[in-house]
Design a protein around this ligand. Structure first.
Ligand code: NJP
Length: 235
C-alpha cells in the first residue's frame, strides 16, 4: 500500500464540492495539499484546516498552470500527486447554447486538465514516479439531451487522460480516471445539502474516498478507471 504521509498533492477545484473533500481527506492522511481555485477566501479557509498551501489560479490559463506546479516545487521541493478535479458545466438545447459558454466549459474541463498535466508530467517523468487522478464524469461514457457541451468536454477530458496514461506508464507514472455519477455539490449553481439529495446523490466525501483508494494502491498497481454512482441512479 502507498503511504500518503508527506506526499505533496495538487488538488484543483478545491474551494468547494468534490475538490474540497479530496483536499481534506488527503490532508487527514498526512499529505501536504496544494489547494487550487479562483476563490481566495474559500481557499484560505480550507488551508487553515489542511495546513497546506493554497494557490489562487485559473487552470485554463497556461501561465497560471505552470505557476501552480513551479510554486509547489519551490515551496515543498517535491510533487507526487496531481488531482485534476476543477470543472464547470451548464446544460441547454444545442441551438440555445452560446458559443462563449461552450468555450468556458472546454477551456476549464479539457484545456485546464491538459495544461496542468503538461506542466507536471516532465517532473513526474524525470523522477520516474507520480500519480495523476482525473475527475471526469459518468457522462464521459454516455450521452444525454442538453449535454452537448458538457458531455463532449468530459469525453474529451477522458481521452486526454487515457492517451496520457499510455504515454507515461512506461515512465513509472500512473494515471487514474474517476467517473462519478450525481454528486451533491455546488455544480451548475445548485445548492447542496437538501434532504432529497441525500437519497439521490453521492456525497463529495464518497468521491474523495475513491481518490484515496486509487492513490493508496501499491507501487506496482494502477487503477486505470473507477466508476461510482448513488445506488438510486440509473445511468
Ligand atoms: O463542482 P463545484 P463539483 N480554475 O462547482 C473550481 C465533476 N463532476 O465539485 O475557481 C480553477 O462545487 C471551482 O472553484 P472557483 C465536475 O465536472 C461533478 O461537483 O473558486 N478552478 C470549484 O472549486 C468537475 O470536474 C458531478 O470557482 C476552477 C470547483 O472547480 C468535478 O466533478 C458529477 C475553475 C467546482 O466545484 C468537481 O465538480 C460528475 C478554473 N477555471 C462529475 N473553474 C456532480 N457534482 O454531480 C472552476 O459526474 N473551478
Amino acid at each position: 500500500m502507498t503511504d500518503l504521509t508527506d506526499q505533496v498533492a495538487i488538488v484543483t477545484g478545491a474551494s468547494r464540492g468534490i475538490g474540497k473533500a479530496i483536499a481534506l481527506l488527503l490532508a487527514l492522511q498526512g499529505a501536504k495539499v496544494v489547494a487550487v481555485a479562483r476563490s481566495e477566501g474559500e481557499l484560505e479557509e480550507l488551508t487553515q484546516k489542511t495546513r497546506g498551501l493554497c494557490i489562487v489560479a485559473d487552470i485554463s490559463d497556461e501561465t497560471d498552470a505552470r505557476y501552480i506546479v513551479s510554486e509547489t516545487l519551490s515551496h515543498y521541493g517535491r510533487l507526487d500527486i496531481l488531482v485534476c478535479n476543477a470543472g464547470v458545466g451548464s446544460f441547454n438545447e444545442l441551438e440555445h447554447f452560446e458559443a462563449a459558454e461552450w468555450d468556458r466549459i472546454f477551456d476549464t474541463n479539457v484545456k485546464g486538465t491538459f495544461l496542468l498535466c503538461k506542466a507536471a508530467v516532465p517532473h513526474f517523468k524525470a523522477q520516474k514516479r507520480g500519480h495523476i487522478v482525473g475527475i471526469t464524469s459518468d457522462v464521459a461514457k454516455r450521452t444525454f439531451p442538453h449535454g452537448t457541451a458538457y458531455g463532449a468536454s468530459k469525453f474529451a477530458q477522458d481521452a486526454v487522460l487515457a492517451s496520457l496514461r499510455k504515454e507515461v506508464r512506461p515512465h513509472g507514472v500512473k494515471v487514474s480516471t474517476i467517473y462519478p455519477g450525481l454528486v451533491d455539490t455546488y455544480f451548475n449553481d445548485t445548492t447542496p445539502g437538501s434532504p432529497e439529495a441525500e437519497k439521490t446523490h453521492l456525497r463529495p466525501s464518497d468521491v474523495a474516498q475513491a481518490v484515496r483508494y486509487v492513490l493508496e494502491t501499491p507501487a506496482h498497481v494502477v487503477v486505470d478507471e473507477l466508476m461510482l454512482h448513488p445506488l438510486t441512479q440509473e445511468w
